[in-house]
Design a protein. Structure first.
Length: 222
């Protein structure tokens, strides 16, 4: 005797997801496919949920990127031992930010959104601002000084990472190499004299030298 068909289950709500699952899935997408591929729809598919379910945890992609930044900073930003001299405190705190961010390829694209701030990085910002005030800057000038340091740090990471990616993607000479190979010594004597050494010189890691020079200038003019 044939068995009656099993009753069909009514569709229920999608499984509950946690913020940790959202961040973990977003981290995988960004690491494997890049920031551009991170959308609410793509993230929902990765988790096996719906875009509407994600809005209980994040309102939009920008908030999701902030969560990713905070997650990354919490795992990689380690508070260094700070020297007593306020100028050196500024340098050490900024260098710690640079070291952590430069080690993460996808962070480069996120850094261009200047207002994305990680709560886990605020301790480092505090040390920079406090150090500049201890060097004699007003609180207002100290904030401006922090902004200059941040722009320098983020810009250095962006330029260096982009240049490295282009060198890896293209075997042919870059536009800069072609231009520097055809300089007129009569018009641009200094650059012509440095043309053969320009690429290796500009590829050197001089972040700390530039940071110290920037901090020195901020303190002197403050």
């Amino acid at each position: 005797m044939p068995q009656p068909p099993a009753p069909r289950k009514a569709p229920g709500r999608p499984p509950r997801i946690s913020r940790e699952e959202v961040v973990g899935a977003a981290r995988r997408i960004v690491a494997e496919e890049g920031v551009d591929r991170l959308t609410m729809r793509r993230l929902a598919a990765e988790i096996g949920s719906t875009p509407m379910a994600l809005y209980h945890h994040v309102r939009n992609k920008e908030e999701l990127l902030v969560l990713l930044l905070d997650d990354y900073a919490a795992r990689t930003l380690h508070r260094p031992r700070l020297p007593a001299a306020p100028r050196e405190r500024v340098v050490v705190a900024a260098a710690a930010i640079h070291e952590a961010l430069a080690a993460c390829p996808w962070i480069v694209e996120v850094l261009t959104a200047d207002d994305l701030m990680s709560a886990s990085a605020l301790w480092f910002v505090e040390q920079i601002v406090d150090g500049l005030i201890a060097c004699g800057l007003t609180p207002e000038r100290a904030v401006h000084g922090y902004r200059a340091i941040w722009y320098y740090t983020a810009g250095e990471i962006v330029v260096r990472a982009t240049a490295a990616r282009r060198r890896a993607d293209h075997d042919r000479p870059t536009y800069r190499e072609r231009v520097f190979g055809d300089l007129d010594p009569g018009e641009l004597p200094r650059l012509a004299g440095l043309a053969e050494r320009w690429a290796p010189l500009t590829a050197e890691d001089t972040y700390l030298d530039g940071l110290r020079a920037l901090v020195d200038g901020l303190v002197v003019t403050g």
